[in-house]
Structure formats: structure tokens, C-alpha cells
Design a protein around this ligand. Structure first.
Ligand SMILES: Nc1ncnc2c1ncn2[C@@H]1O[C@H](COP(=O)(O)OP(=O)(O)OP(=O)(O)O)[C@@H](O)[C@H]1O
Ligand SMILES: [Mg+2]
Length: 223
């Protein structure tokens, strides 16, 4: 089990109210598989992803990565070395070109520049970003192109855990298929664990395990 959630609870609090989003989530994720998380808007899918990504900590229970609780680790190192995230809103750095965006996480991890560039080119090609986009800034790219650059950036880090919040939300059926196939190949051939939040029924059909976020917990959907 690369990732395990045990009795995870999380609420958003403000001065005036408290929203209980996660009410005791229990589930596990293995390498070699692609998982889907589905559920209504506002049900807590992005919240659970941000706990898995080490962006926030659970208020109750534990998120365990290879048996170690995120509550007891150096989160900065965890985020840098163990997990890659594809955000719902891409979050490309606006002042870096496409290829620099892909190289940036590798630079943080002290990957030699030459290797970082080679990997960036490899993954930009894999997601079919044409070379004329590589040296342009994100604002000049279409939504689907930005999304694919964000995917390349996550893949280029080559961490075994990839979290993606609607990675195909802005892509047409053909591009969406290719991305899902690529993520499946990484899972099957390189033993990655990929967890995808999705609303797309065609995407769901292609995944190994589906969890539904319902009333604050994740329930496995039996097919
Ligand atoms: N920073 C925040 N402060 C207060 N409430 C928040 C915050 N972020 C999210 N929420 C609330 O928590 C609930 C879960 O939000 P979350 O973003 O996890 O949902 P989601 O399942 O990802 O929805 P969507 O499918 O629309 O992306 C929502 O009711 C949302 O309004
Ligand atoms: Mg969301």
C-alpha cells in the first residue's frame, strides 16, 4: 500500500461556521493501479486530494505514505520528493515558459539541468505539446494545452504517486483518452499509483478502482 487513509476527518472553520467535509475516510491505494474518485460538486474530492498531497494535514486520523503519517513528516520534502499533483486549475507559473514550467520541480530536486531538459522534452512530446509551444508563456496557450503542460510537469518528476484533479476536464475525447492511456501505462509498466478525480463517465470506465465521495466518506463502487 503506497497510500492509506485511516479515520481521516477534516472541517473548514471560519469565525461564523464550520463545514464538516471529511467524516472518517478509510481507504487504501496500491502501486500499479489507476484509481478514480467521483462524487458531487462540493462533496470533498479536492479536499481529500490536498490531504493526500501533503498540502494540508487531517484534523483527525492519519494519511500514511508507505506507512508514515504525513502529520509526522517534513511536508516540504514529501511534496518535493514523493508526490506530484495536477491541479484542477493547472497552476502553471505565468512567468516561466512551458518547458521551464516542466523543468521547475526537477530543479527544486537538484536534477542536473541537462537531464531535466531531456525529461521535460520527453514528457512534453508524450502529451503531444508541439515544439512551437515549448518556449511560449502559459497565457498564450489554449486551456487544453495548459492542462497538458501541467500533466507533463507532474510526470517529469517521476514520483510513484500522482494525484490529479480532473486532469482531462479541458480536453476533447481523443486527447483525454491518450492522457488516460499514458497514466495507465505508467501505472502498469512503471508501478506508479495514480489517483484521479473525475466527472467524466468515459474516463471512469477505464480505471481500475472507483471510490465515491458520499456523506463525508469514500465508498468503493462495485462494478
Ligand atoms: N478554503 C475553504 N474554506 C471554507 N470552505 C471550503 C474551502 N475549500 C472548500 N470548502 C468547502 O468544502 C466543501 C468541499 O470542497 P471541495 O473543493 O473539496 O469539493 P469538490 O468535491 O472538489 O467539488 P468540485 O467537484 O466542485 O471541485 C465545499 O462545500 C466547499 O465550499
Ligand atoms: Mg474539486
Amino acid at each position: 500500500m503506497i497510500l492509506e487513509l485511516k479515520d481521516v476527518t477534516f472541517s473548514y472553520r471560519s469565525k461564523w461556521n464550520k463545514v464538516d467535509v471529511l467524516k472518517g475516510v478509510n481507504c487504501g491505494f496500491e502501486r500499479g493501479k489507476v484509481y478514480g474518485i467521483i462524487g458531487k460538486s462540493g462533496s470533498g474530492k479536492s479536499t481529500v486530494l490536498s490531504l493526500m498531497a501533503g498540502i494540508t494535514l487531517p484534523q483527525g486520523g492519519d494519511v500514511l505514505h508507505e506507512g508514515v503519517s504525513t502529520s509526522s513528516m517534513n511536508l516540504q520534502e514529501y511534496r518535493r520528493d514523493k508526490v506530484s499533483v495536477i491541479y484542477q486549475s493547472f497552476r502553471l507559473l505565468p512567468l516561466l515558459t512551458s518547458i521551464e514550467n516542466v523543468m521547475y520541480p526537477m530543479e527544486l530536486r537538484k536534477v542536473p539541468k541537462k537531464e531535466a531538459k531531456a525529461r521535460a522534452e520527453k514528457y512534453l512530446k508524450e502529451v503531444e505539446i508541439p515544439e512551437n509551444c515549448w518556449y511560449r508563456f502559459p497565457v498564450t496557450l489554449s486551456g487544453g494545452e495548459q492542462q497538458r503542460v501541467a500533466i507533463a510537469r507532474a510526470l517529469a518528476s517521476e514520483t510513484h504517486l500522482i494525484l490529479a484533479d480532473e486532469p482531462t476536464g479541458n480536453l476533447d475525447a481523443e486527447n483525454s483518452d491518450k492522457i488516460i492511456e499514458l497514466l495507465k501505462t505508467l501505472a502498469k509498466e512503471h508501478d506508479y499509483c495514480v489517483i484521479i478525480v473525475t466527472h467524466d463517465v468515459d474516463v471512469m470506465d477505464k480505471l481500475d478502482v472507483i471510490y465515491r465521495m458520499q456523506n463525508g466518506i469514500l465508498v468503493e463502487r462495485k462494478s
